[in-house]
Design a protein around this ligand. Sequence first.
Ligand code: LUZ
Ligand code: MOS
Length: 750
Amino acid sequence: MKNDLIPPHTRGESIFVDDMPEPEKLLHAVVFASSIAHGKIVRLDVSEAEKSDGVCRILIAKDIPGENQIGGIIQDEELLADKVVDFIGQPVALILAETKKMAKEARTKIKVEYEELPAIFDPREAAKKGSFIAPSRTFTLGDVEAVWDKCATVVEGKADSGGQEHIYLETQSSLAIPGESGRITIYSSTQAPTVVQRITARVLGCDMNLVEVDVKRLGGAFGGKEDQATPWAAFCALGVYHTNRPVKLVLGRTDDMQMTGKRHPYSTDYKIGINEEGKILAFTADYYQNSGAAADLSTAILERTLYHATNVYYIPNVHITAYPCKTNLVPFTAFRGFGGPQGMFVMECALSNVSDRTGIPISVLQEKNLLEEGDQFPYGMVVEKSQIKRSFAKVVSDSKYEDLKRKQEEFNYQNRLTKKGIAIMPVAFGISFTNIMLNQAGALVHIYTDGSVSVSTGAVEMGQGVNMKIKTIVAHALSIDIKRIRIESTNTTRVANTSPTAASSGSDLNGKAAEIACCKIIERLKTVASDHLGGGLITIKDEIICSDGKEADITWEELIWLAYTKRVNLSAQALYATPRIYFDKTKEKGKPFSYHAYGTAVTEVTVDCLRGTYVVDKVHIVHDAGKSLNYLIDLGQTEGGLLQGIGWMTMEELLYDNGRLLSSALATYKVPDLHFTPKIEVTFLEDAENPEAVMKSKGIGEPPFMYGIGTYFALKSAAQAFRKDKKWIYESPLTPERILLFLHEVDNSE
Ligand code: LUZ
Ligand code: MOS
């Protein structure tokens, strides 16, 4: 049987961590978490709970043999709270029992007394009190102070964006199994197998080579399993350490929503100045990031907000500062776009505000200020091979934007209670990890004696199709039938020191590593063939082996067997490290990205002005996917990213009551569904080969998310068609409730 190309997903056969056959003597783990936002642990009593039916062990901070520390960039987060709790949902104890039900029952019997401490939930309040995760960062270009006087219009404002729950279909899951002599094998639903390995070894106080992490696939991640899959895996390993029995921990949906981090909410003050012609001369902003109670990836996310603060626009004078504000909420984490969307939202708010003040249509402001080749971003990178003007012009013409706009104005004139709106959203997203070190990937390729191929890389399949893309790359590099290729699980013993599969770079990095490994083997095979065929120049194309251009009488299988008999190495390992990227943090300048992905969306909406409800009618996208590795995968990423972005901007609202998440179930936290999905039309730019990435492709994971921002401004324009007199408050998400308040609340703001 050849490797089947029909994904097992479609037959419901794909195995996720919770589907794995349960090993004998398996223990089920449940976490007991803090119920207060900030306080000292005065007394923790697990004795009653330990006597509960089916309980094997209950572990607390002092049971950690190594370091009680899971922080990555900054070591500021305990695995189990020891003396102080900093947020509601922070793990305090780990219950190991024969069944999950028994573990949950025992959880109700743990007694804890706290001495409450003052808590902060708002980033601006945190900033006032000097509560930060790390120092602020500032990017500058030109001299803003010198140009305010030269501006025809200067506008100041505030813009707030909300957090976002990942809602990966598979909740955080992990299974750890004891092996010989201290070996622990962890099956984890993580984007970052090496992070799980490193942190688990730290927590257990053992060498990394004792911890094997294996990842077959994830049921979605979206950044939520880059850092935040780690504690659950470490808990399982800790359980194995103490009991020498297998331990499984699968978070229930509510636990997952309450205990894991989300997209960072931001609150921002900005000031923007434009000249007579509508060219932006200066932009300043202070971004207050709600980082939560520990760093997690917040500082890297903060940095990406600054990288994308000016989005696709050239602004000669920029001064932007971002503050990572420490609050008593679950540490916020990576989420598709990684701080970029938050930065771009503010930029669009600023332009929208200028448009309202000056009467210049926002589309005109946008188009006038688009980056040109040779322009510099505030972080020093110079724009090369930009596809922004092309995508902008094409989507405006393909969508018949001017026509639509005119028809909408007519419609709005004729209809009192229903209003339509339209908006353009251009995007440029930098592809590479901003932490230069992470831009590397490894691959291990084996060719077996029957000619079939096994490929391991550091890439984690999470539904984004990276395995299919790597298969395509390997099939091309070896020039063989794709059916011969199998992509193995991601395993730290086969590919070591992996970077997380993140930053839209999974296929770029791991695909390139796989390609290099294949080329090494192909070179050896050519030598074997040449020796065998009398010294001619060998080419291999579609499994046909040619010597000096003439088809030779040897098949792919025969060549592989021949190489084997000649004792030639049919395996290769390779490392790829993205070239020509660097960043100098002392100057905040460099070339952090291998390249940018570009594109533009046009969004049409209709608002029911009696109810505040709305429909996103249509989104027209022209996107730059380079030379796409797989049309359907890239289309799926574009549509999915867009819809997730629309959800962030519209209906997805995290509601808290004194640090307690109220919207902690799918009944109270709504994400876009099929009925809400607009008609989506996607065109990929032609002739957009990208010389910087594997097979001239481009990363696709994150850029389309930001097209969702267009929905916010389309809704704003529709709502303003109903109510022209009132000042707009730049807050997201723009829920029907917020729209309704805008439409009908008496204005007492000015
Ligand atoms: N993760 C990360 C990311 O660790 N560094 C990044 O720069 C990044 N960018 C986007 C998404 N995830
Ligand atoms: Mo990241 S937001 O895990 O690409």
